[in-house]
Design a protein around this ligand. Structure first.
Ligand SMILES: NC(=O)c1ccc[n+]([C@@H]2O[C@H](COP(=O)([O-])OP(=O)(O)OC[C@H]3O[C@@H](n4cnc5c(N)ncnc54)[C@H](OP(=O)(O)O)[C@@H]3O)[C@@H](O)[C@H]2O)c1
Length: 307
């Protein structure tokens, strides 16, 4: 069985990726007990775990609020962790290094749907630019190391994800868990309305996290190079429609108020997913309604279990 070293394994994406891959691979997952900002620790982890494949899913991340509060930390942490991981991996005989990039790297006004070759055409949306710039610099590092040293890296650009093990709190959550939490709280407390950040008019695309795990599996098993590949569903939804869908699925009938004084973030987000289909044979299988039902069910079970 091939050995995988998975960073970020204690996080939302990492937990799902580890669960999905561990029937087929010998997966060692690590979290921030191995502080990847420290080059010596990174080198030690490679010595100790001696992986054939690395999936770099560690990151300093969050929603709009967390990005606004941590521009320096998000830039530094992501850049330095990825730099150490790629630099160390280059000197080892790995069969694959999977780098998780982000849709936040795209220019604010990239033409929709976003195509991989347009990623350098402009500055990202301001609230998440430091994080997005760090990630796209790392993607370029994977590409240049492939060109110069034959580094076997793969760059995946996942769109916003959701699913089990996501973070449900009002300070660092991404939009879907934040909405589920808000609506659950309103139902429990019989609130007649909820307030949602932003105008509700912007659009987003959402990928169920298990679909990303399958894209990673295909990237390991397919002979594919470092040229970035979008991973998404290829369909967008407005925040208003998303809120209404989640409210319907959870049975909430209160009023929804949009607080336009709060930032909207990028105006539209939707990926062109044709390259993933062509190179990896990847297409998302889990639609938004099905994925939301699974996520809400997981969340309700986790509260009932006292987690
Ligand atoms: N969530 C999304 O929608 C999304 C979309 C596109 C790309 N991504 C990418 O996917 C990756 C994982 O995101 P996520 O949503 O799963 O985030 P998350 O739940 O916050 O998990 C972050 C992971 O990184 C680890 N980590 C943080 N700082 C570290 C450090 N200094 N050294 C070592 N490990 C550290 C955390 O360990 P601890 O648990 O021990 O703190 C945790 O395992 C990120 O690289 C992100 O850019 C996520």
């Amino acid at each position: 069985m091939k050995k995988i070293l998975l960073t970020g394994a204690t996080g939302f994406v990492g937990k799902n990726v580890q669960k999905y891959l561990e029937n087929k691979y010998d997966v060692t997952g690590i979290g921030s007990e191995w502080d990847l900002r420290n080059a010596t620790k990174v080198s030690h982890a490679f010595d100790l775990f001696n992986p054939d494949i690395v999936i770099h899913a560690a990151g300093s991340v969050g929603g709009i609020g967390a990005n606004k509060d941590n521009p320096g930390k998000f830039l530094y942490d992501n850049l330095i962790m990825g730099t150490h991981m790629i630099q160390e991996a280059k000197s080892r005989n790995l069969s694959k290094f999977i780098m998780l990039g982000t849709v936040c790297s795209y220019p604010k006004f990239a033409s929709v749907p976003f195509k991989e070759e347009d990623i350098w055409l402009g500055y990202p949306e301001e609230t998440n630019a430091p994080y997005g710039i760090a990630k796209k610099t790392l993607m370029k590092m994977v590409e240049t190391y492939n060109e110069q040293y034959g580094f076997r890296g793969v760059n995946l650009i996942p769109v916003n994800m959701y699913g089990p093990h996501d973070h449900f709190n009002l300070t660092t959550s991404h939009v879907i868990p934040a909405l589920i939490l808000k609506i659950k709280t309103a139902i429990n407390n019989k609130h007649s309305s909820i307030t949602v950040w932003g105008s509700g008019s912007v659009s987003r695309e959402f990928l169920y996290v298990e679909d990303l795990a399958r894209a990673i599996e295909l990237s390991i098993e397919t002979n594919v190079g470092p040229s970035p590949i979008n991973i998404g569903t290829g369909s967008e939804i407005s925040i208003k429609d998303l809120v209404n869908l989640i409210a319907d699925l959870m049975g909430y009938q209160g009023k929804i108020i949009y607080d336009s004084s709060k930032p909207d973030g990028q105006p539209r987000r939707c990926l062109d997913t044709s390259k993933a289909k062509k190179l990896l044979g990847f297409e998302a299988k889990i639609g938004l309604e099905e994925g939301l039902k699974k996520t809400i069910k997981w969340y309700e079970e986790s509260i009932n279990n006292g987690n």
